[in-house]
Design a protein around this ligand. Structure first.
Ligand SMILES: Nc1ncnc2c1ncn2[C@@H]1O[C@H](COP(=O)(O)OP(=O)(O)O)[C@@H](O)[C@H]1O
Ligand SMILES: [Mg+2]
Length: 163
């Protein structure tokens, strides 16, 4: 059964580096409906930033292409799908290894996927060489119960800072 919390959105934008901040802030704004803590929101922003940066730098390199983000929220979780139609990844298992980078010359750290995996609860990477890549990430957002002293109003004030 569909809960009142269920919601979804879709974004499409060009693989310009300026759009990395746009993507991260847009997803955070959407995720704020779940009343995440500032820390949970920071985790989501960091993971989105890594995935989008990968599309800009690795998928399209010097070319320009479309990055798509689909985002769904449920009562206690958010699912974010970030995809491109770029170069694709030859071997996903190797790409996901900490410190692996195909662009050491650009001073990449090779930690993007490791960061996504540590800040989100689930990360799935699907890629076809020459076709594109889709990264699906899920994070559980704990439900916040107001304490007795805070009551309903206190809880509202406490969570009113959102992005
Ligand atoms: N969207 C993508 N399209 C093509 N290749 C990618 C994509 N995302 C990641 N990769 C490949 O996976 C490697 C590891 O990514 P990551 O862990 O973020 O490290 P870094 O970006 O620092 O190289 C990249 O060096 C690149 O080869
Ligand atoms: Mg990266």
């Amino acid at each position: 059964m569909k809960s009142v919390y269920d919601n979804e959105m879709k974004l499409e934008f060009l693989s310009k580096s300026n759009n990395e901040a746009f993507a991260r802030i847009s997803v955070a704004a959407f995720a704020s409906q779940l009343d995440p803590t500032i820390e949970e929101l920071a985790d989501i922003k960091t993971a989105v930033s890594e995935a989008v940066t990968n599309c800009i730098i690795h998928a399209y390199e010097d070319a320009e292409g479309i990055i798509q983000i689909k985002c769904k929220i449920f009562a206690t979780s958010i699912v974010i799908e970030i995809s491109d139609n770029g170069n694709g990844i030859e071997n996903v298992d190797i790409a996901k290894e900490p410190l692996f980078t195909s662009k050491p010359d650009l001073e990449r750290s090779g930690m993007g996927f490791t960061i996504m995996e540590s800040f989100m609860d689930e990360v799935k990477v699907e890629s076809i060489l020459g076709v594109g890549t889709k990264v699906t990430m899920k994070k559980f957002i704990k439900k916040k119960e107001p304490t007795e002293e805070e009551g309903e109003e206190g809880a509202k004030i406490f969570t009113s800072f959102r992005i």
